[in-house]
Design a protein. Structure first.
Length: 84
C-alpha cells in the first residue's frame, strides 16, 4: 500500500468509528483505536522506516480484525479498502 492509501484507509476508519464512541458497549475499544492507535499510526507515516511500515501494517490488521469481529465490515469489504 502507498502512503496515500494508508492515510486514506485510516481516515475512512476514523470517520466510521467516531460516531460509535459514545456507545457504552464499544466505547473503550473505539476510543483506544481513535485516540491511541490512529494518531500513532499517522506519525509512523511521516518519514517511515521499514520497521514503521511493518508496525503500521500489524496495527492496521488489528483494527481491521476488530471491525470484522464486531460485524461492521465483511472480509471482502476490508480487502477492498486496502486495494488501490
Amino acid at each position: 500500500m502507498t502512503r496515500e492509501k494508508c492515510l486514506e484507509v485510516l481516515d475512512r476508519y476514523e470517520r466510521f468509528l467516531s460516531p460509535l464512541g459514545p456507545k457504552k458497549k464499544d466505547r473503550e475499544m473505539v476510543n483506544h483505536i481513535l485516540f491511541k492507535m490512529i494518531p500513532k499510526m499517522d506519525a509512523m507515516l511521516v518519514l517511515p522506516s521499514q520497521e514503521d511500515i511493518e508496525k503500521f501494517m500489524r496495527w492496521l490488521g488489528f483494527i481491521q480484525g476488530v471491525l470484522w469481529q464486531r460485524g461492521w465490515f465483511t472480509l471482502e469489504e476490508l480487502k477492498e479498502h486496502n486495494r488501490s
